[in-house]
Design a protein around this ligand. Structure first.
Ligand code: NAD
Length: 449
């Protein structure tokens, strides 16, 4: 594709390296989001039925905070880092230069179609790269507005949007990009990594999976239920770090389900399907897939469907087994399987036998148990006594582990992701001891010291 060649040529001129250039691009990004706020909100409403409140808080406000975070620390992040050196390096200066990779490919999913396309672009630009952005074809209105606003604010040799589905993405993946940042499913993540390996292009993979919650017997049950319902039902469960299912101690299981029902009512009223703020399922295929999980257990709450508007009411499933499809596949919808356990160790063991999740949420007051859970299990990140909140803190890296992804971003971690750390040792030429040139016993003695 000609655009990759153009971006690379332009990058070589070195314009993106200066502080002023990067700052201007970030400020432009901010103005762009302000200018296009209304069409973006409309597009998010059209493609996903996101309410203004939800669209603003989870997409636009998130991006504004990320831009501010990059602007506030840009100079510090760019400054070469002086490092110490061993005795053998006496008389040298040693430092790490923070260099952009070049032209970055960003591939985005549909669930937060604005945030997950633009947040990596903010990091890539702050770090001094150029970027090609491929939004999801599943949310075509948002994709179109993203292209329009970027065309209006950025020259294509700095930032370019290429719209399309898997064929276009595959084409892009054959191009000689310098870095690939992919957010999406594990299945496509494997395709991306395979294609990247042909040219040895470094990748960040932000993937998904089944993120569990545990509610132990010493948890504040009403708070746990409210926070799990909130994290599960934002975007109708179509959130990569939504609590997918929950293990609840048998002693409080009934109470938890009762409180979860109350929490759903608090959030979306008695008839969530009639609540305009409740997000729809992105497509008929996903609607059918999620609906097909309902017979996997006893429906303790909800589960009503509105086929015309692709909506599924928040549901609780009990009596499910680990072998049921609802416990084998990422749900990515408003259905919450509730499973019981007697010993915390038992729940931890069950989770540890599965692929490492992107997130894990533990509810309970005892600090030893909190420590036990967070250190015994491998997962991308998570919360104790909350859900999703870790993603909103720009001082925490966000990313998966194992099959839930590799690499991380947000705040300074975005800058680092899109930066090559170039190590430099600057020697002086006045002092040139002979021991390194002589391969004799005396030299060895000095080296061994
Ligand atoms: P997806 O993998 O189907 O699509 C992601 C992107 O890949 C899209 O732009 C799409 O056009 C492209 N694509 C799809 N099929 C392709 C193929 N065969 N070859 C090349 N490119 C292809 O994912 P999705 O359905 O858009 O998003 C949902 C998934 O993303 C879930 O698994 C979710 O957990 C995950 N996710 C992860 C994060 C995170 O930050 N870790 C965030 C959001 C979503």
């Amino acid at each position: 594709m000609e655009i990759v060649t153009r971006q690379k040529q332009w990058f070589k001129n070195g314009y993106t390296q200066s502080y002023d250039f990067r700052k201007q691009q970030l400020l432009k990004m901010k103005r762009m989001l302000q200018t296009f706020e209304a069409p973006l909100l409309k597009a998010l409403q059209y493609d996903l039925n996101k309410s203004e409140f939800e669209a603003y808080t989870t997409e636009i406000a998130f991006l504004n905070a990320e831009i501010q975070e990059q602007l506030s620390h840009l100079k510090k992040h760019m400054t070469p880092e002086k490092v110490k050196a061993p005795l053998s390096h006496t008389g040298t200066q040693n430092y790490i230069r923070k260099e952009p990779y070049g032209s970055v490919l960003i591939i985005a999913p549909w669930n937060y179609p604005l945030q997950l396309a633009i947040a990596p672009a903010i990091g890539a630009i702050a770090a001094g790269n150029t970027a090609v952005l491929k939004p999801s074809e599943m949310t075509p209105t948002v994709s179109w507005v993203i292209r329009r606003m970027i065309e209006e604010f950025f020259p294509e040799h700095v930032l370019k949007v290429v719209e399309g589905g898997k064929e276009i993405t595959q084409q892009l993946l054959s191009e000689p990009f310098d870095y690939i940042f992919f957010t999406g499913s594990e299945r496509v993540g494997k395709i991306v990594m395979q294609k990247a390996s042909e040219q040895l292009i470094p990748v960040t993979l932000e993937l998904g999976g089944k993120s569990p919650a545990i509610v132990h017997k010493d948890a504040n049950v009403p708070v746990a239920a409210r926070r799990i319902a909130w994290g599960k039902l934002i975007n109708a469960g179509q959130t990569c770090i939504a609590p997918d299912h929950v293990y609840v101690h048998e002693d409080i299981k009934e109470a938890f389900i009762r409180e979860y029902k109350a929490a759903v009512q608090l959030l979306y009223g008695k008839e969530p399907l009639k609540n305009d703020d409740f997000v729809k399922i992105v497509s008929k295929d996903h609607f059918d897939r999620i609906k097909s999980y309902l017979p996997d257990g006893n429906i303790a709450l909800g589960g009503e469907t509105d086929e015309k508007n692709n909506k599924i009411a928040p549901a609780v499933l009990t009596e499910v087994t680990e072998k049921d499809p609802v416990m084998q596949e990422e749900i990515f919808g408003p259905i919450l399987p509730v499973l019981g356990y007697r010993e915390l160790k038992e729940a931890v063991e069950t989770i540890s036998e599965k692929p490492d999740p992107l997130a894990l949420y533990y509810f309970g007051e005892d600090e030893k148990s909190q420590e036990f859970v967070t250190t015994s299990l491998s997962f991308g990140g998570g919360c104790i006594n909350d859900t999703l909140y870790h993603i909103i803190n720009p001082h925490l890296p966000f990313g998966g582990v194992g099959t839930s992804g590799m690499g991380s971003y947000h705040g300074k971690f975005s800058f680092e992701t899109f930066t090559h750390k170039k190590s430099i040792t600057k020697q002086n030429t006045k002092f040139d001891p002979s021991f390194r040139y002589k391969r004799d016993k005396n030299s060895l003695k000095i080296i061994k010291r």
